[in-house]
Design a protein around this ligand. Sequence first.
Ligand code: PLP
Length: 366
Amino acid sequence: MKASYHRPTRIEVDLSAISYNLEQVVSHLPKETEVFAVVKANAYGHGVVAVAQALQAQVAGFCVSNIDEALELRQAGIGKEILVLGVVPVAAIPLALEANIILTAASQEWIDRLEISALKGLRLHIKVDTGMGRIGFRTSQATNLAIANLLANEARVEGIFTHFASADQADKSQFLEQLSCFKRIISELDYLPSLVHASNSATSIWHADTVFNMVRLGDILYGLNPSGRDLELPYNVKAALSLTSELVHVKELEAGSRVGYGATYTCSQSEYIGTIPIGYADGFLRKMQDFHVLVDGELCPVVGRVSMDQITVRLPKSYPIASKVTLIGQDGQGAISAQEWADHLGTINYEVVCLLSDRIPRFYFK
Ligand SMILES: *Cc1c(COP(=O)(O)O)cnc(C)c1O
């Protein structure tokens, strides 16, 4: 599907904000830390190629979740290291070899399914499951066996990593358990790969002392707080994404008039209702009814159901067609953040930005 470029609904991404956020985090990490930017899921909805191009001089590499995301970066000319964090189907391994992509080895069963010939020269990081419960080796014995097996078949075992389930929470108990488990497994290895990493954004921010020698930074790069409202950021970051549109229709409705599917809203008096070309197909979910947008800097409630392609808002006065609407971002004194969407939806800011659909064109500035 192509983005709808002739509709006024658009995302603007401030690439210098993303660079700034990266610098902020890095300046609080031990020197010599290898920094990988996590750009999976289209760089959390921000646009993977533009973000990777903007960051490539500042990072050692990029993390993605699957081989297709890795290949997209290579096809765009990104030459930096690329690590796939998820499990890649065995059949796709030749693609990784050809494009010089690093894969994750997370189980003996996966290794056993590989042709021995596929292992030669294959670059791998070993995933250790210290309590997340998704993928990875769970004991040092299993990890040692896997590494020995891989090395014997001339695979290049370059890294080992784990992932924390609750580094973004005030309660540190599970985090500390996972950390000591990882440290123990590392200490029991017969062969220690050169890159050792455990830090996502939250771990890098609130547990900077537990960086081994590499970090994987996602959410924070985009200026979002990975803990939502739980923990305060110790330093300033800038939200990189804004979402704007325009009023395409404005009318005055009499008291008693109804608005939208299911007629869930009735005007209690004479009211100005504005229509904006965005809907649940764009990631403005139906649950966003009763949330608000900024029209010319003024907060206006979303009234009536959210349709697939349009929403309706109550205006304090009549506005001309093409008046500016801000759905995420700042206008004058007013501002709406992805976190506020998340609060309204009962979810996390990650989900809000990932769900902004490809129908909305992305524009970039520095
Ligand atoms: C997504 C992901 C990250 C990045 O997480 P953030 O919280 O966005 O920094 C790091 N590591 C793994 C394994 C991931 O899946």
